[in-house]
Design a binder for this molecule. Structure first.
Ligand SMILES: [Zn+2]
Length: 300
């Protein structure tokens, strides 16, 4: 069930009640608060405004808003099926692939709808990437996670008897396909597992993101213009732009002081703590400073 909540809350959730003995989901639903539409609107204008002309107004057309609703509701349905956030998924895709039209339109910018990957802010106007390459979608990780959680193995008659098989399935599947990587939302020191980041290099992804913010900033006054109204829309979107800029800079900090921690079972080769992020990765791309001047907005 999707429960529509006429509320100013800008969020959605997909809680479930499960039997702790078996993991069986007993009750689940999606809570859909009205103003989630405001949230996705603001994200989309700030992250995709440089590459999608449809993002350049205060009220999106139904086709675009419908796609944005599909993105959030797919994520929430993932929760109702028992999937947790996979903040690490987006780190499996090299940043430059996010600018490759053929690749990103075919595969999306992250292998999981359960990441907080939002929109493809790395794509530049000259890449001519369509909406298929901008929106998150159900991906390889999600299909794999559902198969792991739901597939029936008739050769096993009890939950305990299938543990060996399922663990081997995880070890082998992850070794064969790096895009099935899972990084949880609590592993905040690991640069791979960050909220609202994209790609495998925060400095490079942020640099592209900031280039787009530099394109968006001078246009905000035009994009937020409402006849017979004041500048409230401009104020809101300018604050959103600053939030996005801060996000890019904070994401780079994890590459300086962070460390890699990979969740493994004891049968899985490799180390759990892999130490600090290599210096070369930390210093190869430094984001430029965003020139934020009131005059760029034309505000008196
Ligand atoms: Zn979620």
């Amino acid at each position: 069930m999707i429960v529509y909540k006429p509320s100013a809350v800008a969020n959605a959730s997909g809680p479930h009640v499960h039997d702790p003995r078996s993991g069986e989901i007993i009750e689940t639903h999606v809570n859909w608060y009205h103003n989630i539409m405001q949230l996705v609107h603001n994200w989309y204008m700030i992250q995709a405004g440089a590459i999608d002309p449809g993002a350049r107004k205060l009220e999106f057309d139904e086709e675009l808003m419908g796609q944005l609703i599909r993105f959030v509701s797919s994520h929430e349905v993932g929760h109702t099926l028992g999937l947790a956030h996979n903040f690490g998924s987006s780190s499996t895709i090299p940043v430059e692939k996010l600018r490759n039209k053929a690749y990103v339109e075919a595969h999306g910018h992250t292998p999981s709808i359960m990441d907080y990957a939002r929109f493809n802010y790395v794509a530049q106007p000259e890449d001519h990437i369509g909406r298929e390459g901008i929106f998150p979608r159900i991906g390889e990780y999600d299909t794999w996670a559902i198969e792991f959680g739901y597939r029936w193995y008739p050769q096993f008659t009890t939950a305990k008897s299938e543990v060996n098989y399922l663990n081997k399935l995880i070890v082998d599947s992850l070794a064969a396909n790096k895009r099935l990587y899972f990084g949880n939302e609590f592993n905040s020191a690991d640069p791979r597992d960050q909220s609202e980041d994209l790609g495998d290099n925060a400095a490079l992804a942020g640099k592209y993101g900031i280039k787009n913010l530099q394109r968006i900033l001078p246009q905000l006054k035009t994009w937020t213009r409402e006849p017979n109204e004041g500048y409230n829309g401009l104020k809101v979107m300018y604050e959103e732009l600053l939030k996005q800029y801060r996000l890019y800079t904070v994401q780079v900090l994890k590459s300086v002081g962070g460390e890699y921690r990979t969740i493994r079972s004891v049968e899985q080769p490799g180390v759990t703590y892999a130490g600090r992020v290599p210096a070369a990765k930390r210093s190869d791309e430094v984001p430029e400073r965003l020139p934020v001047h009131d005059t760029a907005l034309g505000v008196q």
